[in-house]
Design a protein around this ligand. Structure first.
Ligand code: AMP
Length: 559
């Protein structure tokens, strides 16, 4: 008798809260949105840029601002340790061998070595030990440093299998990196010493990008794109990460489609035309996608000088009413008064609406710039609403700021996209003066809006939401026809048709049922069909079933 032992059920694993899987019934819409963006942006002269998904934490601290919610509490940050430290090694080595190792000038000598130096150091990950391998050669401290650096490279192809005195096949020392004289060829002698210890140090803090503007401007500086003298028009599509409280339209991993226009002043990057062009492009994008009820909210936050004056006025106006505001706004009133204007706290709204308006503090240049943006938008018939409270509480934001909202589908998270001018950002990141303007569209929210619109339309028209079907489903009638079915599928797919293949073990009824959910046609493939090349094809939309020669199949599927 066998005992029926039940293995305990393992807990199922789920996607992390705030992250989502996009399944094949959803991705076509995502791809459509992205393809529309790519095609449209290309018509405006934008090129795609792909920057890393993680960057140094400092980039965001400087480029987004330490005071922002994003940087102060929403970033996914970790220490990128695991970096081999030569310094630590040398120190450990020196102290472990203080009485025996003699440093003669830069040359390192170990006990028992007649004029031979240490050439090779192997890190053993499993035991976290370093082993010194003797070579019949002399090595200077410099050569040893270089070798350590090389071993660091080799370590990336862990594990390094190393036995006492044996050759180390995995240890690749690339020529050119280790500039060691020919007398120092790598001929292992044997282990002479082991030092245990932690020779790794944490070298930098890195962060999953919470937005992409900082990364794009970093790349602009790093690759000296400004030196071309030309205006850079760059767009990106990709995931962003913020540790926010998840809710509909707000995720911890979400997608943004964004663009930046940046360049030296001489390239015209400061021109109000650029601002208007970006806004007009966004209006065209939303129109082209069929977003119906978008609303453009627009404001100018002025130059940094204007903002100094405005900030002072705000601070002054906030002092006497501060105690009546919510806790967050009380803090902001001191740290970054502009951000009080961003507040959604219901109870504070009347007080905030009565605060001084930035429009009254714009200098003549900022005002003229903004007026030209508005004039260009009027000329293009792009409707907008001036919103004096639309400020971005970041130091580098200047002049034009904007947001597009929608009323369908998003509930409280109704901001579809946001952006603005950031004339000082490049300099804040240590780059040259490079005025710029950009935006980031929340792609998740765009999709939610499109889905909500489609559902509303289906509800009013009674039409089901269109689903895409494959061109054909091939049903082999027995397993013998499986190979022929795959060969026919290959032929049709090569000719550009979308095809699924069933299995000969399926009952005919099942093949029809699957085919009817997947495809427009079913092609039956039995012994006769394979022998005669006369195929049976049924078209689901009409219910028509015909026999036709294989050579006419493509024409029939296209009709
Ligand atoms: P921001 O980079 O904060 O200006 O955001 C630009 C756009 O990205 C917003 O208007 C939203 O549409 C979208 N967005 C921001 N945060 C999230 C999030 N956590 N989940 C989904 N979309 C977001």
């Amino acid at each position: 008798m066998t005992e029926n032992k039940k293995t305990p059920a393992r807990p199922t694993l789920k996607a992390v809260r705030g992250t989502r899987d996009l399944l094949p019934d959803q991705t076509p819409l995502w791809n459509h949105v992205e393809a529309t963006a790519r095609a449209l942006f290309a018509r405006y002269g934008f090129g795609e840029i792909r920057t890393p998904i993680f960057e140094t934490t400092e980039l965001f601290a400087r480029g987004v601002g330490e005071e922002t919610d994003i940087v102060s509490k929403e970033m996914f940050t970790w220490e990128d340790g695991e970096r081999f430290s030569e310094k630590k090694l040398i120190e450990a080595w020196r102290s472990a061998n203080a009485d025996q190792v003699h440093f003669q000038g830069e040359e390192v000598k170990l006990p028992g070595m007649k004029g031979a130096g240490v050439d090779l150091i192997v890190y053993r990950k499993a035991t976290n030990t370093l082993e010194f391998v003797e070579f019949k050669s002399k090595a200077t401290l410099e050569a040893m440093h270089q070798l350590v650096a090389n071993i660091e490279l080799a370590r990336s192809s862990d594990p390094v299998n190393y036995g006492r005195g044996k050759v180390i096949p995995r240890l690749v020392v690339p020529a050119g990196r280790a500039r060691i004289s020919s007398s120092s060829q790598l001929t292992p002698g044997g282990v002479i010493e082991e030092i245990a210890g932690d020779f790794f140090e944490t070298t930098q803090s890195v962060t999953l990008r919470p937005e992409s503007t900082a990364g794009v401007v970093r790349a602009y500086i790093e690759h000296k794109l400004g030196e071309t003298g030309q205006l850079q028009k760059l767009y990106y599509i990709g995931p962003q990460f913020r540790r926010e409280r998840p809710q509909r339209g707000r995720y911890r991993q979400f997608w943004q489609i964004g663009a930046e226009v940046i360049g030296p002043q001489s390239s015209g990057s400061e021109s109000p035309l650029r601002d208007a062009e970006i806004l007009e492009m966004l209006a065209s994008f939303l129109d082209e996608l069929g977003i119906r009820d978008w609303r453009l909210e627009l404001n100018s936050v002025g130059s940094s000088e204007d903002r100094v004056r405005y900030n002072a006025a705000l601070r002054e106006a906030l002092q006497p009413i501060k105690h009546q505001l919510c806790e967050d706004n009380q803090r902001r009133a001191d740290t970054n008064p502009l951000r009080v204007l961003d507040s959604k706290d219901e109870a504070d709204q009347d007080l905030i609406n009565a605060l001084p308006k930035i429009a009254d503090y714009l200098g003549p240049e900022s005002k003229a710039h903004f007026d030209q943006v508005l004039a260009a938008l009027d000329a293009c018939n792009v409707p907008y609403h001036l919103n004096p409270r639309l400020v971005r509480g970041l130091d580098y934001y200047t002049r034009t700021t904007f947001e597009f909202t929608v009323t369908t589908g998003l509930g409280t998270q109704n901001a579809l996209l946001g952006g603005g001018r950031y004339d000082g950002l490049s300099e804040m990141l240590g780059g040259p003066k490079a005025p710029g303007i950009g935006f980031a569209i929340g792609e998740d929210r765009l999709i939610l809006t499109l889905q909500a619109q489609a559902e509303a339309d289906a509800a009013t028209s009674g039409a089901p939401i269109a689903s895409t079907r494959l061109d054909a489903y091939i049903a082999p009638l027995t397993p013998t026809q499986n190979p022929a079915a795959l060969a026919l599928a290959r032929e049709l797919r090569t000719a550009g048709f979308s095809v699924e293949v069933g299995d000969g073990t399926f009952k005919l009824r099942k093949s029809f049922d699957i085919a009817d959910t997947l495809a427009r046609h079913i092609i039956l493939l039995g012994e006769d069909e394979v022998a005669t090349n006369i195929l049976t094809v049924k078209t689901f939309a009409t219910g028509e079933q015909i026999k036709l020669p294989r050579t006419e199949l493509a024409k029939h599927l296209s009709s």
